[in-house]
Design a protein around this ligand. Structure first.
Ligand code: HEC
Ligand code: HEC
Length: 205
């Protein structure tokens, strides 16, 4: 990453509201070295190696560092990631964030048996549901699921199983989001709707 870009990213971090690690600027090259230990599960290219392991490549800058801090503090409860994050400093988290967000994101794909499900998820994703007071997912995750730095994660091309797991965890409260945004949304979703939405998000390019 050239120096100017690093400075401008730093500015974005400082100006972004709600970001907890504003002072630490990540270095993607340093992050690459630190990512070796993550590769078994998140791939050498940032693409998860199992359906439960999320892709990290191309994630919006800021989000990965934020989630690592949540795993470390236990605010986001996950036994594996608690162990992985426990030894990471803020600088480590920022470097890993800079590295993974610089990698090319997974291009979405739509398995033949998911086409119908994805189509059924599209209405809710794009328009929400007024009668159930579900906000359109698009408003925060973007029309094609690319997310909005630094707070709203990329969901495009993400593993279907991982996405359903997260929606389920938001619904039960096992995973908390700021202001309970995702909890109050997922609370209203049926398992079928979660699967439809996951098929759609997975398919986004
Ligand atoms: C043994 C497997 C394993 C290893 C090694 C591992 N992870 Fe994970 N990681 C997971 C799993 C499983 C999840 C999903 C947790 C959940 O369902 O909440 C996850 C979730 C994450 C998330 C949340 C992503 C999101 O979209 O919210 C981040 C960020 C992350 N890992 C980063 C890392 C980093 C950085 C390392 C290396 C320091 C690492 N992981 C090492 C298995 C692993
Ligand atoms: C008002 C903004 C907002 C809306 C609307 C919204 N989300 Fe989210 N979403 C978030 C935020 C913020 C997070 C990060 C959660 C956290 O704090 O850890 C998130 C996280 C997620 C995640 C976890 C991603 C990951 O990598 O772990 C999924 C999946 C998701 N949202 C799906 C949806 C779906 C499906 C909808 C529509 C039914 C939706 N979201 C609507 C704000 C929103």
């Amino acid at each position: 990453m050239n120096k100017n870009l690093r400075i401008s990213l730093g500015l974005v971090f400082v100006l972004a509201p709600g970001l907890t690690h504003a002072a630490v600027v990540g270095d993607a090259d340093a992050g690459k070295g630190k990512s070796l230990i993550c590769a078994a599960c998140h791939g050498t290219d940032g693409i998860g190696t199992a359906p439960e392991n999320p892709n990290l490549a191309g994630q919006v800058p800021g989000y990965i560092a934020d989630q690592l801090a949540r795993f470390k503090s236990g605010q986001r409860a996950n036994a594996i990631m608690l162990g992985m994050a426990a030894g990471l400093s803020e600088q480590n988290m920022a470097d890993l964030d800079a590295y993974y967000s610089s990698l090319p994101a997974k291009r979405g794909a739509i398995p033949e048996d998911s086409v119908e499900a994805a189509n059924r998820g599209a209405g809710l994703y794009r328009g929400g549901d007024q009668s159930m007071e579900i906000a359109a997912c698009m408003g925060c995750h973007g029309p094609s699921g690319h997310g909005i730095p630094t707070r709203f994660p990329r969901v495009a091309g993400q593993k279907q199983t991982y996405l359903v797991n997260q929606l389920q965890a938001f619904k039960t409260g096992d995973r908390q989001s700021d202001g309970r945004i995702m909890n109050s949304i997922a609370f209203l979703l049926t398992r079928q709707q979660m699967e439809n939405l996951a098929a759609l998000m997975h398919a986004f390019q």
